[in-house]
Design a protein around this ligand. Sequence first.
Ligand SMILES: [Ca+2]
Length: 363
Amino acid sequence: MLCFVLPNIFMRHWLVIVCISALLSCRETPTSANETFHPTQTNHSIPQGETPEGMVWIPGGVFSMGAKNPVGLPGGGAQAFDDARPVHRVSVSGFWMDATEVTNEQFLRFVAATGYKTIAEIPPSKNDFPGVDEHLLVAGSAVFMPPANGVDLKNSSAWWQYVEGANWQHPLGKESTIAGKESYPVVHIAWEDAKAYCRWAGKRLPTEAEWEFAARGGMSGKLYPWGDTLVAEKEWNANIFQGVFPQRDDAQDGFAGIAPVASFPPNHYGLFDMAGNVWEWCSDWYDEHYYKAFHPDSVAENPQGPKVSRNSESPDEELKVQRGGSFLCTAQYCTRYMAGARGKGEWRSSANHIGFRCVKNVE
Ligand SMILES: [Ca+2]
């Protein structure tokens, strides 16, 4: 899989990992052994007591985690998802999960209570960037800026710009606001920002295995959280990108850019936007070879991810897993809204398509 990192001196702020579908070469020969999905065995226990506000119960169980190579399937795009095989059996315990991505309104309550400042709001330190002119060390984050004309899809800097003053309260830069967008997912969130919110809320970030179990909604091996068909009879199930990427978003799904949470039907567990809208951080470090350590027929119990990040395309970066894809995903470029697809991002970086949701253990 070929991925690359946007070049910028402000690495910790906006190293957005972008995976290029058009350039992928399938280095792995699919075999039935490493692409076999078995039925999901769902637990039946339901916790006593009240349901935490805004959360749904994910029963846990044993499922097949990973992704088939979708290349050649209708809408499959050109990414082979080599990092998501072998498909392997995983057991997760039951847990509560936020039904939606964390919204601006919810994040505002967190900031009002704690005074927390996100990484995007803090100017990069001189110590972290020795030799860089101080006037260049400004707080900001990466913002998607559609180019006027077609561009080389190998060059993501053609549509991502580091914008001074861009942060969760000003998603497109200093002059923009979140007024009237209280029900939109909060964005420009780095991994430790998401972790801080979850801790404050008495919750935590999901593991990658928990996230995928939840996204699959009890089904096994489906391409999407709702089934195998991306769109049927023009009824969209997720906020992704239609048109010509990156310059023209036709919004056939009703939204050009981010949508308010829960604008599309939930999956079988009552979870909204498990595909598209904004990327969601998981607790795990990202290792492109992590799945290779699992045997397809053994069962991994509540895997927590690798101990360190490993990625051959950006070996110096520390990457955490992101899941679900975003409003910018399209088969023309990146189909990582698929249920088994993996994403990743530099853990101290943010952008206006990165958010999160939390989970909570049974008390
Ligand atoms: Ca859309």
